[in-house]
Design a protein around this ligand. Structure first.
Ligand code: CMC
Length: 434
């Protein structure tokens, strides 16, 4: 934590003495006011549901400037990383703080990650115990949690080596688990990983190959999916990452903490948005229905939101969306799907929303999930697996953030306070008089 050079003075209208609160400067971004001693000094809490103005940790991993539409991983702009690096280089960067050189990359990719892609054979039985029509996120949440049973030997969180092994296992095995969830749901045999392929090529093969036929990875689609992974790898203290930190703050093992993150990601306001966006496009059905749908979105009483639009932090544009839009056009071109009716509908929705006063005045722009859903659909990924793909990528961010928290000497168990507005103490009446 940087030392404080400025103070804020907090005064009270009820006559309580005012207090001085230290202010810290980050390397970039807004200053923060340290309120940790507020309760001890004043007997008062702060109130900030949704953490609108609260920094819950210090971090060196990811920085977002929502007004500028800027996203940096360890200082590097997302645009440059998406152009010049592959997902595992980005994973190395997020976990270690620097990009790997050629030898470090070789060791990380072939010496570590790709040697851990298989899962315990018994995991197959675990998958088979689910209903075939279970939502893949239900299966994935359970499978990641089950990793603490299958790989209990790397759950000593006080040991840096053990933490590294868990991190490698999570990053290496998530593609296998996501593909198994898919294969199980469609009744096809699980495909074992094939480690002479890239991380992403291997995932495509585990998803779409069958033992009866050869499978050739299409490099355009491989690069597109790799970009989806890069763009979703980390996003600062979002809901699921904060969930992983909060769960991990109790000292639970990384598999359990990441399983909590997967569960949080499932929600439609977070990782479930790409699935919700695609469902919305299907519900609209035709370009001719777009205008009426937009009217419904603008009607406050309808409760309908334009999924894939808006962001808590980005109030100018989502830089990931710009990159994903580019990839979207590349993939649809490669597959000859530019005339796909759903894609045309999406483009019309984008056009209207970007010119409509309702969206402009509220600074609502397409977010990454608006386009990533379209790309994934074109790749042949079923809608209900979209959030699983997001979870696969975000696992890198979760584990980097979890590790940072464990190594932080100022780390404490997360324990928010509350503004209690329920009944004061009262006596329990006898049953007959209730
Ligand atoms: N469609 C229509 N109106 C919206 C939308 C939307 N998607 N998002 C926000 N608004 C309106 C909202 O009704 C409010 O209007 P008013 O001021 O008149 O009451 C105003 O914009 C501000 O909304 P908010 O709910 O205070 O904004 P927030 O920062 O709490 O919400 C959000 C952020 C992402 C939850 C929200 O924009 C949303 O629900 N979007 C759709 C879901 C979505 O695409 N989520 C994915 C986010 S990107 C992936 C990720 O990083 O997880």
């Amino acid at each position: 934590m940087s030392t404080s050079t400025k103070n804020a003075t907090l005064s009270f209208s009820d006559g309580s003495p005012s207090i001085e609160l230290p202010i810290y400067e980050g390397s970039i971004g807004p200053d923060v006011i340290d309120i940790r001693k507020l309760y001890a000094q004043t007997g008062k809490f702060t109130f900030d549901p949704g953490f609108m103005s609260t920094a819950a940790c210090t971090s060196t991993i990811t920085y977002i400037d929502g007004d500028k539409g800027e996203l940096l991983y360890r200082g590097y702009p997302i645009e440059q990383l998406a152009e010049k690096c592959d997902f595992l280089e980005v994973a190395y960067l997020l976990m270690n703080g620097e990009l790997p050189n050629a030898a470090q990359k070789e060791e990380f990719v072939h010496g570590k990650i790709l040697r851990h892609t298989m899962v315990h054979e018994q995991m197959g039985q675990f998958f088979r115990s689910f209903r075939r029509d279970a939502h893949p996120m239900a299966v994935l949440t359970a499978a990641v949690s089950a990793m603490s049973a299958f790989y209990h030997d790397s759950t000593d969180i006080t040991d840096a080596k053990s933490r590294e092994i868990s991190a490698i296992r999570l990053i290496a095995k998530l593609p296998t688990l996501v593909a198994m969830a898919y294969k199980y749901s469609i009744g096809q045999p699980f495909m074992y990983p094939k480690n002479d392929l890239s991380y992403t090529g291997n995932f495509l093969r585990m998803m779409f190959a069958v033992p009866a036929e050869e499978y050739v990875v299409n490099p355009v689609l491989e690069r597109a999916l790799d970009r989806i992974f890069i763009l979703h790898a980390d996003h600062e203290q979002n809901a699921s990452t904060s969930t992983v930190r909060l769960a991990g703050s109790s000292g639970t093992n990384p598999f359990a903490a990441v399983a909590a993150g997967v569960a949080c990601l499932w929600g439609p306001a977070h990782g479930g948005a790409n699935e919700a966006a695609l469902n919305m496009l299907e519900e609209i059905g035709h370009v001719d229905n777009v205008a009426a749908f937009i009217e419904k979105v603008k009607d406050k009483n309808s409760g309908v939101r334009l999924m894939g639009f808006g962001h808590r932090v980005y109030k100018n544009h989502d830089p990931r969306a710009t990159l994903m839009r580019e990839t979207c056009h590349e993939v649809l071109g490669e597959l000859g799907l530019e005339e796909d009716p759903l894609f045309k509908l999406a483009m019309e929705l984008e056009r209207i929303a970007l010119t409509d006063e309702y969206f402009i005045s509220r600074k609502l722009y397409p977010n990454v999930d608006f386009y990533s859903g379209i790309v994934q659909r074109a790749l042949g990924i079923p809608t209900d697996l979209f959030t699983g793909i997001f979870a696969l990528a975000r696992t890198v961010g979760w584990i980097a953030q979890w590790n940072e928290m464990i190594e932080d000497p100022e780390q404490k168990i997360g324990r928010p306070r509350q503004l209690f507005v329920g009944s004061p103490m009262r006596d329990v009446p006898d049953l007959a008089s209730r």
